[in-house]
Ligand binder design. Structure first.
Ligand SMILES: [Zn+2]
Length: 287
């Protein structure tokens, strides 16, 4: 990725995007932090959603935050084990107990129950959703498949860091099917600026700044239950004598990149001009 032209941008945002090194590391090591989800995140619905993943607030970070939750009593209960490896998670303990029972009995129904209780990975991002009514900054939540595909795109030299506000790209995410049959497809769009009219770089710079300021500190959104609170949920689950079927939990399948567009250099002058204006906007913003 050419870095020569992004000086103004880095200066302005303190973040040119998201750390690709961090992504590589996470890809190899796997994600090991987490929690669950409140109902406030933006979820992908059936059809195609156009999104722009926003860069990490701290440019040493990846553009997403990895979490894990238990879906129990029809709600998300954050897994305490993902908060801290040494922490005890009553829901994990109960799920393991049930799994053991399955191992002893071979009863597939028991296996299903255990699986429904196990912690599920989840990923959250700051993102801009493109709507007919206008663009909206949201906290997007996805499963592992979409996250892996987005990392794959960023680490692909043909694209580079798609979260860059000036030289990044939107992606279309197509969701098909429901429940366990849900599948996602990522379509990488043309290179574009995050917001504004390319012919009005000054205004574009201000719009970009305004959008980036709306990003949330992702890890602060994740609230873990205390051990007592998690225990209470297990008790409630047992009392209800009903299995908390995770009909709402995202189960992304393998996704594929189906559409690509090559970089064109004809936008380069425009981008350079925008970067100049970004520096100017920074000074103005500081007033
Ligand atoms: Zn747990």
């Amino acid at each position: 990725m050419a870095k020569g032209n992004t000086k103004g941008l880095e200066e302005l945002f303190g973040s040119k995007g998201s750390s690709l090194d961090k992504l590589k590391e996470l890809k190899e090591r796997g994600d090991r932090v987490g929690g669950g989800s409140s109902g406030n995140y933006f979820k992908l619905t059936e059809g195609t959603t156009e999104v722009r993943i926003l860069p990490a607030i701290n440019d040493e970070d990846a553009f997403y935050y990895a979490t894990a939750y238990h879906y129990v009593n029809n709600k998300y209960v954050y897994c305490r084990k993902y908060l801290d490896e040494d922490a005890s998670c009553p829901v994990c303990s109960h799920a393991s107990k049930i799994w053991k029972k399955y191992k002893d009995t071979g009863d597939e129904r028991i296996a299903e129950e255990a699986k429904s209780l196990f912690a599920k990975q989840q990923f959250i991002y700051n993102a801009l959703v493109r709507n007919q009514e206008g663009d909206k900054v949201v906290v997007l939540q996805t499963g592992k498949g979409v996250k892996d595909d987005l990392i794959g795109v960023c680490l692909d030299d043909n694209y580079g860091d798609i979260t860059n506000p000036v030289k990044g790209r939107d992606v279309g995410v197509r969701r098909k099917g429901k429940g366990k049959a849900t599948s996602y497809q990522i379509m990488v769009r043309d290179r574009s600026i995050l917001a504004g009219d390319e012919n009005d770089p000054k205004e574009a710079a201000e719009l970009i700044s305004a959008i980036l300021e709306k990003r949330k500190v992702l890890h602060e959104l994740v609230k873990y239950p205390t051990e007592e609170e998690a225990e209470k949920e297990v008790k409630k689950y047992l009392d209800a004598d009903a299995n908390g079927e995770s009909e709402d939990s995202p189960t992304p399948r393998k996704s594929t990149i189906t559409e690509t567009t090559e970089d064109s250099d004809e936008d380069k002058d425009t981008f350079d001009e925008i970067e100049k204006q970004l520096s100017a906007a920074k000074k103005k913003r500081g007033k």
